[in-house]
Design a protein around this ligand. Structure first.
Ligand code: AP5
Length: 213
C-alpha cells in the first residue's frame, strides 16, 4: 500500500500517518521530520532547509525530490509506505509519478485530511513535538502522560519554531498556493480520498481505514 497524506499544515497528517504506518506495518516517511533531524544534526541539508522552514516557506524541489525518490527505493519500502508532507508542489508530484511508473508502480491513495484554516492556528499553538523520534502531541487533544516528555522515547518535547502564529499564517498561504492544486492532480489520477479532519483523531482514523480497507 503506497499512501500520500495531503492537507494543510496542522490538519493532522502526521498523526494519522503514524497510526496508518502501524496498522499496515509500513514506514512513515515525513519530509518535515527528515529536515528537522538534519537541522538537529547540523548537516549541510539541515542548514539550507532551516532558512526556508523558519520563514514558513517550502524547501526548494531540488533539495527534496531526490531525497524522497531515493528513500522509497529502500528495502523497507517493498510492501509500501506512507508519504507525509511530500509531494507538496506539482513538480514534486510529477517527479514521483514518473519515478514510480518507471518501475511499474503507482500511488494507491492520496488521503486529503480537511480542516478549515480557522481551526489550524489553535491546533498548532498546542502542538508539542519530539525531534528525537518524531512523535507529535497536543496539550489538550492528545496530551502526554508526563508534561513535556515524549511518551514514546522519553526525550524533552519542543514547540516547533515554525508553529508561531505569524509563521503558521505564512505556511497556510504557501499551502493554498502551492500544495492545494495537488488535490485536483490526485483526483484526476482517481486515487483521491477526502476525510473530515475536524473530528477527533480516532474518528478520523476510523474514517480513513473504512475507505482504505
Ligand atoms: P511538515 O513537518 O510536513 O509540516 P506541515 O505539513 O506543515 O504539517 P505539520 O507537521 O505542521 O502538521 P500535520 O498535518 O502533520 O499535523 P499533526 O498531525 O502534527 O513540514 C514543515 C516544513 O518543512 C514545511 O513548512 C517546509 O518548509 C518543509 N517541507 C516539508 N516537506 C516539504 C516538501 N515536500 N517540499 C518542500 N518543503 C517541505 O497535528 C497538528 C496538531 O493537531 C498536533 O498537536 C496533533 O496532536 C493535533 N491533532 C491532530 N489531529 C487532531 C484531531 N483530529 N483533533 C484535534 N487535534 C488533532
Amino acid at each position: 500500500m503506497k499512501i500520500i497524506m495531503l492537507g494543510a499544515p496542522g490538519a493532522g497528517k502526521g498523526t494519522q500517518a503514524k497510526m496508518l504506518a502501524e496498522k499496515y506495518g509500513i514506514p512513515h516517511i515525513s519530509t518535515g521530520d527528515i529536515f528537522r533531524a538534519n537541522i538537529k544534526n547540523g548537516t549541510e541539508l539541515g542548514k539550507k532547509a532551516k532558512a526556508y522552514m523558519d520563514q514558513g516557506m517550502l524547501v526548494p524541489d531540488e533539495l527534496t525530490v531526490d531525497l524522497v525518490i531515493d528513500r522509497v527505493q529502500k528495502d523497507d519500502c517493498v510492501k509500501g509506505y506512507i508519504l507525509d508532507g511530500f509531494p507538496r508542489t506539482i513538480p514534486q508530484a510529477e517527479a514521483l509519478t514518473k519515478a514510480l511508473s518507471g518501475r511499474g508502480e503507482k500511488i494507491d491513495a492520496a488521503v486529503d485530511v480537511e480542516v478549515p484554516d480557522e481551526a489550524i492556528v489553535t491546533r498548532m499553538s498546542g502542538r508539542r513535538a519530539c525531534v528525537k523520534c518524531g512523535a507529535t502531541y497536543h496539550i489538550v487533544y492528545n496530551p502526554t502522560k508526563t508534561e513535556g516528555i515524549c511518551d514514546a522515547c522519553g526525550d524533552a518535547l519542543i514547540l516547533r519554531e515554525d508553529d508561531k502564529p505569524e509563521t503558521v499564517q505564512k505556511r497556510l498561504t504557501v499551502y493554498n498556493e502551492q500544495t492545494q492544486p495537488l488535490i485536483d492532480y490526485y483526483k484526476t489520477l482517481g486515487v483521491l480520498v477526502e476525510v473530515d479532519g475536524t473530528k477527533n483523531l480516532n474518528d478520523v482514523f476510523a474514517d480513513i481505514c473504512a475507505i482504505l480497507g
